[in-house]
Ligand binder design. Sequence first.
Ligand code: NAD
Ligand code: TYD
Length: 367
Amino acid sequence: MTFAPSDRAARRLVITGGAGFIGSNFVRHWCDRYPTDRVVVLDALTYAGNRATLADLEAGDRLRFVQGDIGDRALVDQLLRDEQIDTIAHFAAESHVDRSILGPAAFVQTNVVGTFTLLEAFRHHWQAAEGDRDRYRFLHVSTDEVYGSLRETDPAFTETTPYAPNSPYSASKAGSDHLVRAYFHTYGMPVLTTNCSNNYGPYHFPEKLIPLMCINILLGKPLPVYGDGQNVRDWLYVRDHCTAIETVIHRGQPGETYNVGGNNEVRNLDLVKLLCGLMDELALQYGVTLPQSPSESLITFVADRPGHDRRYAIDASKIKRELGWEPSVTVEEGLRQTVAWYLQNEAWWKPLLSPAYQDYYSQVYGT
Ligand code: NAD
Ligand code: TYD
């Protein structure tokens, strides 16, 4: 579902976490779709934030970049006021389960306390607004992981599935979702929440499954599959997530939550094998010599992640029925594009393999 610029009034947005994976894809999407909107990116540039991802947009004067923490109330107040913001698209978070196991404090700080600070700032700004308050929106980007783990035969998560988060990451996201919900019920603030399944695509930080496998294949390193590799995730191409969020900002009912998914449940081991096959095929096409082939020979089973959720699956029928959104990219096509992107964009991912990243890598996978 897309909207012609003539169907809508211009918006003035703050996009938090806009230098991260999904946030940067969304910034790019929004700037392409609505070139006359005001876009301000607020990002703390943690290890996961990369300003270089937005360099072309910044150079073209398409956005204002502000380096700062969503937990900095004075900064957020000033931004909302000075920029006359009417819309927040809130992506900023600590987002990696394995890091939340190693050190949960940052997750509580950013995901819970940071989101609370943003909600409070937006509430005061919205309440003080003169004129058309109805167009204000606070879009909170959340995850399907808040619903916990499914067994093989369980039905997919719906918007009424009880929350049962299992990792410090998902627990902190659940906490933020509850706060967002409370701001609608208590203050009538026009909030919206999306709970999305696993994303993949360009600009994905190397620590997550798909970029990690692509990069390790390119470097000839082992492909670490946790446990028996039979855990299931639903995968959505990141650009489809961006159109879902765009749709919910424009047409979602304030106070509602929307599940977003790709209708693509895949077992981890099958996914990794698919990636290996695509790499072997596309490397030839792009004239890249892989250090080891076939890539599948790099697959290595490693100790399971503690508390590893077995299966996630999303029932995205509500957003389709009520707002007309559905994914447009099949997993085969999306993975092909993603593998091709990692093959062609070594200049983006190589600098991210810093000594700090190597330290993290040894903590999770051993040396
Ligand atoms: P990411 O880790 O790639 O990016 C997070 C961004 O937030 C980074 O740019 C980082 O610098 C910034 N950030 C972190 N703490 C901050 C703070 N205190 N103040 C300001 N900025 C801060 O994450 P992502 O994968 O792009 O995820 C974006 C959002 O989508 C998150 O809220 C995540 O929970 C949610 N989500 C992710 C997925 C997925 O598959 N990646 C799926 C569903 C939902
Ligand atoms: P991940 O990308 O970390 O996303 P999430 O944990 O939020 O779903 O992991 C996706 C799946 O891949 C998950 O079941 C854990 C598994 N996995 C591995 O088997 N090996 C790895 O090195 C990583 C990072 C993940």
